[in-house]
Design a binder for this molecule. Sequence first.
Ligand code: SF4
Ligand code: SF4
Length: 351
Amino acid sequence: MAADRLQQWRRLSQAGFMLLFLIAPAVDLLRFDLHERQLWLFGQPWSLGLSDLQAGRVGVSHTVLTLLTHGLLPLLLLVGGFLAVAWRQGRLYCGWLCPHFSLVEAINAVLQRACGRLSLWDRTPVPLAGGRHPQRRWWVVYGLACVLAGTAWGITLLCYLLPPAEVWGGLLHGSSTPGQLRFIVIASGVFALEFALARHLFCRYGCAVGLFQSLVWMANPRARVVGFARERAAHCRGCVPDATRPTVQASACEQACPMRLTPRQTKRWMFACVQCGRCLTACDRAQHTRAALEGGVGVTPLLQWTVGSDAFRESLRQRRPVAAVAAPPAAAPAPTPARTLPPPDPKTEES
Ligand code: SF4
Ligand code: SF4
């Protein structure tokens, strides 16, 4: 299924960027050395030429030129390019690359195995793939995952500020300075708590990178957005069973969204959408299942990405409550009796 391939590509890009994030300081790809007060970029010391000016080795005009070519211009290109992508594509960085969001999804999956929910603050459980039930022993894994993720974050952050060989050497040989240990303990604790209790909140409102992408994306009505085929809204009925009330039907897209959004809402309610496409994949699967049960063929999912003028129309839609949108039209045939759909394929279902 194309939607499944989309998620495979996303997983691959997330894994690649996570690796890059972890090894970047060790190979001097990007780090700031507090000892030397030196930025390292792409394996080279990156200088703005101020020390040369102070030492009298170069003149003012040369320093101004260096400031422009080594400071202002690359910064403008980087920030401008990043925001240009966000303007057209939304929070693509968040959903496809950001190491924090990769961990958010991984920790969601562990928590779901422990209590059937993707966040401690969720009220509605999300059924596990293959009809499995949550098991309490996963609470231990959840706690360990948060502590491990927090510790990895704390140590990696220090490696971006001090030579990684010094940080890791100190930890392995027990020769870290009290300051380094204090930093690692405090940073790891804060990150572990954030991963356990507030990871979604951080992505929504706490992270400047995510916030600015959202602001730029919201300003462009033609930007990529999850479009909903409202004219076929009746097909949403009977999407998947509600985990707590087996006779009631729930929405596969809402259950799949790692940011706990309602993907059928209009753009104004999707500020925190990270363009992960998991709602599209869930909708695709649900509609295939529905078609198979009803003997239909050639099903198109109700949720699909739209961009350009289609996105413009989508963005302009007035807010309508999803329940009203999903309800069948008055003239529609009587609803089919409530039924339990088969569980998703555990091989393809994501945690
Ligand atoms: S909001 Fe920040 S932390 Fe969250 S996914 Fe986006 S960039 Fe990553
Ligand atoms: S609405 Fe869809 S694309 Fe956006 S974050 Fe949720 S699942 Fe991902």
